[in-house]
Design a protein around this ligand. Structure first.
Ligand code: PMP
Length: 354
């Protein structure tokens, strides 16, 4: 740390992104990316947009917003696009949390939430998950804080039904409830239809997982127009051109092939079910994941051993050091070939456990 670093950030522990190693070719099952490459139409759109990068991108993302609204049935003033959903989440912490509106989220969830709270000097509470890793809904009823819930949750993949989300939103009318739906397209139930009923609900989402665009960085928030205006105020006070021109073009092209994106999600869901059956056959226990990853532990091997042994065999999964989940690994669901390679590697590891 230099002597110039602001005291505000002295205690900040930054978020640790999953590894993106380049030393050899890995089967990457560690950052929940899509196994499907972008389509030719998306690549073409990016190439065409690149020819005009002497000009600023459209700060209002007009074509992207109108294509989204045509596809998803929301109104233009209910949508805000951002540089990945990490950015809309940070905007939400900035806009809707302060000393009178502390943040609350589960102790096992997306590791960026406490970082956003610390970065913005916001008090926060982490509520333990139940023993089976589910969110105890009653903990959030009338909690009178800004609630942030990933649904499905990460890294557990467990999803809450929409009726539970609605109870949480309805019971906290004077606080914003943020539902992070990064993984909703893999079998969750979206809360977007509730935004017309509740003016305190913000639903966030991403093109990183279900739309094969992690490297392009495109996220969004959907809410009552008043909340979107607040988030826009934060955006125009930080980086008006937060979504670059290539990404806007890629987003439009992806939305025009929405049916294909949803078919690909279905393929991932089928691979998830196949992998879950195979892992169970090898003795792994798992949560009931509705996301594009599985959260698995083995009674004979520590989580770290599974991680290290897979890495030696060229397969990357995500291991978290938090004690409650140290026995588990989060395994992204890739293509069928990748999952078959994972299962063979695990069979081999289990034959020689030491
Ligand atoms: N929310 C959750 C729960 C996530 O796991 C992630 C991915 N790391 C994100 C949000 C952010 O995704 P992105 O910024 O790529 O949209």
């Amino acid at each position: 740390m230099s002597r110039f670093f602001s005291k505000k950030y002295n205690a900040l522990t930054p978020y640790t992104p999953g590894e993106q190693p380049k030393d050899q070719k890995y089967i990457k099952l560690n950052t929940n990316e899509s196994p499907f490459p972008p389509t030719p139409a998306v690549c073409e759109a990016v190439k065409n947009a690149a020819a005009h990068v002497n000009l600023y991108s459209d700060p209002e993302c007009r074509e992207l917003v109108s294509t989204w609204c045509d596809t998803m049935g929301t109104a233009p003033d209910e949508v805000l696009f951002t540089n990945g959903s990490d950015e809309i989440l940070n905007f939400a912490f900035m806009a809707f949390c302060d000393a009178e509106h502390p943040a609350v989220f589960p102790n096992i969830s997306y590791g960026f939430y406490p970082v956003f709270a610390m970065l913005n000097g916001i008090p926060y509470e982490e509520i333990p998950l139940a023993k089976d890793f589910s969110v105890n809904v009653e903990d959030y009823i009338g909690v009178k804080k800004t609630v942030i819930l990933a649904n499905p949750n990460a890294p557990t993949g467990i999803a809450l039904p929409l009726c539970d989300i609605e109870r949480i939103v309805a019971s906290n009318p004077d606080h914003v409830v943020v539902i992070d739906e990064a993984y909703v397209d893999f079998g969750g139930e979206s809360a977007i239809p509730l935004i017309r009923k509740y003016d305190n609900l913000l639903v966030t989402g991403t093109f990183s997982k279900s739309r094969s665009m992690a490297g392009a960085r495109l996220g969004f928030g959907i809410a009552h127009p008043a909340l979107i205006r607040d988030l826009s105020t934060v955006k125009y006070s930080t980086n008006p051109y937060n979504v670059n021109a290539m990404t806007q073009a890629a987003g439009v092209a992806t939305l025009k092939e929405n049916a294909l994106a949803m078919e690909r999600c279905q393929a991932v869901i089928e691979n998830r079910e196949y992998t879950a059956r195979e892992l169970a056959r090898l003795g792994f226990t798992m949560t009931n994941s509705r996301a594009n990853f599985l959260f698995a532990a083995h009674p004979l091997l520590s989580g770290e051993t599974v991680y290290t042994e897979l890495r030696k065999r060229g397969i990357l999964v995500r291991h978290f050091s938090k004690s409650e989940i140290a026995n588990y690994n989060r395994i992204t669901v890739g293509s069928r070939e990748e999952m078959e390679a994972l299962i063979s590697a695990l069979e081999e590891i289990l034959k020689n456990p030491n």
